[in-house]
Design a protein around this ligand. Structure first.
Ligand SMILES: Nc1ncnc2c1ncn2[C@@H]1O[C@H](COP(=O)(O)OP(=O)(O)OP(=O)(O)O)[C@@H](O)[C@H]1O
Ligand SMILES: [Mg+2]
Length: 581
């Protein structure tokens, strides 16, 4: 916000700095400091120009020390300092220009929108982590010096009271904004990263409630009592940061950020369907190095097992437990969307409750350095798609075993209220002994959201195994999984997808008219009864299908028995003819 300054002051600054800088607007003024938006005539760029008017040595030393501290840091959420110096009786420093307003100004219009506060939290905590890594404890962030850009990005612009300047602060200079300082900093201690966690928590509390936090912890009103739309998770993170006891706060900004990132997104957002991401996942030369660094001392990268539309799956060694596990790392694009991360975390937690011999166990969800992954049991055989590609149509007995094991697994998951939603050959892994392990329970939906076509696509981007209700974006339940399973069985028996077509519309057209391939005609070894069971599970009308995995299973066993009996009597007849009886 522009301010008025006297002509004499303006000409004094112009006399000293006018040759190099064109002073456009005075933004802030106090008795000893001015801030201008200016043009650097030499480098032809807009800059922020801060001028220290006081000629006292002490204040000048303090000012220049702060510039040094800023110059030590290079983070997008901390104002850069390009240069600093003294001309005549003025000290100045030049930094990048940031279009925006202070949080103090923005709050005049009311508390900040929740997504803005989330963005602000990321920026502040990222900035603090960077400062700490460079030996700087910021100690004080106040709404007046925290800039918010039009797009909601936050920038820390003030290091006046940071640990580096402490020795230069003239006696009697008291920091303003004490409610934003950690109690130990108010008491005059240097503080440590947990003190910065406190100041971050205080600023976020202010941003989200438009209320200054009280000096006494016992007077603190929980954010949701002030504004009930605040997500519980955000409140929890802020309250922990504001704990009066440093040891009970987050110990580092990164810890706070990680907890925050894993919780953020619990707020209502309009779910945007994520575009199917390109499969060349971060193939840059640094990808593997980045992976290795993120895995740190926890996992050793051994090789790649496969890749899908949402990430890659690696074989890694768990260095703590001395065993090999599969690690699926999500595409970094996905982890930038807080709502997706939150959905993913919740689904993975649900999936982790499953415990069945035919379901891949999830071990852990974790992340570091901007990457998010989960680890699971490793399955040593191919997936069903690879098996069919290699061997062509599978023997009936093989497919029956798959169906039995899959129905048992689905029955277990459905009883716990979990619908897989993405049963397809790539998610059906086979152990060496041939037993089935289903993977990716519920995760497809978490990652794709309820987008167009219910988010159903496969790695190739074609929704061959999705049910019609899913493709139409309607409500799905356990019968969707049973539909997809029958489609996988048909695929395994024929060696091709049941509804050939490349677009969702083409597939839907066949599904909705129940135009099933005639299995028994193509494979005379398949008893009609079994073909009938599969086509019933795949009826367009959800009500016409089997209601549960158990029902599907009973019908299948009955058809198998009938088929065997018929074959038995055919054999008996044949034998009678041969023996002439
Ligand atoms: N636990 C595991 N053990 C061994 N291999 C695995 C494991 N999980 C996945 N894979 C292999 O990695 C491949 C890629 O899996 P991923 O889930 O990323 O992709 P997808 O299932 O083909 O498609 P989508 O991205 O739609 O899920 C799988 O097809 C499978 O062959
Ligand atoms: Mg998968």
């Amino acid at each position: 916000m522009p301010v008025e300054i006297s002509d004499s002051l303006l000409s004094r600054v112009t006399a000293a700095l006018g040759e190099r800088f064109r002073l456009d607007t005075a933004i802030a003024a106090s008795p000893e400091r001015l801030l201008f938006r200016a043009q650097d005539r030499r480098l032809k760029r807009t800059v922020s120009l801060r001028v220290n008017l006081d000629t006292s040595d002490a204040l000048r030393r303090w000012f220049l020390k702060e510039a040094k501290a800023l110059a030590r840091l290079d983070h997008p959420a901390i104002r850069h300092v390009y240069e600093a110096g003294v001309v005549g009786d003025l000290a100045y420093r030049v930094g990048n220009w940031i279009d925006g307003e202070s949080l103090a100004d923005a709050i005049q219009r009311g508390p900040r929108p929740i997504p803005t506060v989330h963005g602000l939290a990321r920026d502040i905590l990222g900035a603090l982590e960077h400062a700490h890594a460079h030996g700087i404890i910021v100690r004080r962030i106040v709404p007046a010096s925290l800039l918010l850009s039009a797009t909601g990005r936050g920038t820390v612009t003030d290091l006046r009271y940071c640990n580096l300047t402490l020795g230069e602060i003239p006696p009697g200079e008291q920091p303003t904004g004490s409610p934003f300082l950690a109690p130990e900093v108010r008491d005059g201690r240097v503080g440590d990263p947990t003190s910065d966690v406190y100041t971050a928590g205080a600023v976020l509390y202010f941003a989200v409630t438009a209320t200054t936090p009280p000096l006494e912890a016992r007077d603190l009103v929980p954010p949701r009592e002030i504004r009930n739309v605040i997500p519980g998770a955000l409140e929890r993170v802020i309250l922990r940061a504001l704990d009066p006891e440093p040891d009970d706060r987050y110990l580092t900004a990164e810890e706070m950020l990680e907890d925050f990132a894993s919780e953020a997104g619990a707020y209502q957002t309009v779910t945007v369907a994520l575009p199917t991401l390109s499969i060349e996942l971060a193939d840059g030369p640094h990808w593997e190095a980045r992976m290795r660094r993120a895995l740190g001392d926890d996992y050793e990268l051994l090789g790649q097992l496969g890749q899908g539309g949402f990430g890659r799956v690696y074989r890694v060694r768990d260095l703590h437990l001395e065993r090999q596990v599969a690690l699926k790392v999500l595409h970094p694009h996905l982890t930038q969307d807080l709502a997706t991360v939150e959905r993913f975390r919740r689904e993975a937690q649900l999936a982790a409750r499953l415990n069945h011999v035919n379901i891949v166990n999830i071990y852990d969800i974790a992340g570091r350095s901007g990457l998010l992954w989960y680890t699971m049991e490793i399955v040593d055989g191919p997936n069903v798609a690879q098996l069919v590609e290699r061997d062509g149509p599978l023997p009936l007995e093989r497919v029956l075993r798959l169906l039995r094991e899959a129905l048992s697994a689905l029955g277990h998951a459905h009883a716990l209220g979990l619908v897989h939603r993405d049963i397809k050959p790539e998610n059906m892994l086979l152990e060496r002994d041939g037993s089935l392990r289903i993977t990716d329970f519920g995760l497809a939906l978490a990652l794709r959201g309820q987008g167009r076509f219910g988010g159903a696509t496969s790695q190739s981007g074609t929704p061959q195994f999705a049910s019609p209700e899913q493709l139409l974006g309607e409500r799905v339940d356990q019968r969707t999984d049973l539909y997809s399973l029958a489609a996988v069985a048909t695929y395994a028996l024929l060696g091709r997808t049941p509804f050939p077509g490349t677009t969702v519309e083409q597939i839907l057209a066949k599904q909705t008219t129940d135009l099933m391939p005639n299995l028994s005609e193509e494979r005379p070894d398949i008893p009609e009864g079994i073909a009938d069971v599969l086509s019933r599970a795949m009826r367009n009308d959800v009500e016409a299908r089997y209601g549960s995995a158990g029902e599907f299973r009973s019908a299948l066993e009955e058809a198998v028995l009938k088929g065997a009996r018929r074959r038995g009597s055919e054999l008996a007849r044949l034998a009678a003819r041969i023996l002439g009886t």
